[in-house]
Design a protein around this ligand. Structure first.
Ligand SMILES: O=c1ccn([C@H]2C[C@H](O)[C@@H](COP(=O)(O)OP(=O)(O)OP(=O)(O)O)O2)c(=O)[nH]1
Length: 162
């Protein structure tokens, strides 16, 4: 099973670094992070092309979809750090909902959390996001590996190009 504690720890290091580099230490970044999460989910949906009924072009390759997916994991962890909530479960069995259904449900969960910032609503966002990962056939190992890799890229980018 995924050890979320380790990922929360890595995310905390990254977030503190980003805040220091950008003079944002102590600032309330929750609303920006919620919008970022919603945008990342949109980028992910776009790469899967799950809703593009008008097009015969297939999805992007798995590595690209996985990188978009772990961007969302970054923000879910980061939001938990901001609110002092932790998720510790795992993905449920693959359900019958389509990817499109899941993306719509995920946006609903973000809105529910924004309106009422409880731990239950936080956990709900995780369940739906993990269901998206399950539907995309990402294993826990795929997700951890890609998370660690993108976390490093994020640190490097802070040091250089931004
Ligand atoms: O407080 C923060 C802010 C950002 N990130 C991470 C999450 C994600 O992995 C990345 C932002 O996403 P992305 O790589 O799409 O950033 P971008 O600036 O939109 O990149 P690009 O210009 O390449 O599209 O930064 C954090 O972990 N914590």
């Amino acid at each position: 099973m995924l050890n979320w504690d380790e990922l929360y720890h890595m995310q905390n290091e990254l977030d503190s670094f980003i805040e220091r580099e950008n003079n944002l230490t102590g600032k309330d970044l929750l609303r920006d992070k919620l919008l970022a999460l919603s945008v990342e989910a949109g980028e992910l949906a776009n790469e899967t092309r799950c809703f593009k009924f008008w097009s015969r072009k297939g999805p992007s390759e798995k590595s690209i979809i996985l990188e978009e997916y772990v961007d969302g994991i970054h923000f879910l962890l980061s939001i938990g750090l901001e609110k002092d909530f932790r998720f510790s479960g795992s993905a449920d069995e693959k359900g019958s909902q389509s990817l499109t259904d899941l993306f719509i449900a995920f946006n609903r969960c973000i809105s529910a959390f924004e309106l009422d910032q409880t731990k239950d609503h936080y956990i709900q966002m995780w369940h739906v996001y993990l269901a998206i990962g399950e539907k995309l056939s990402f294993s826990a190992q795929d997700t951890i590996q890609a998370y660690i890799q993108k976390n490093k890229v994020n640190v490097e980018r802070q040091k250089k190009e931004y």
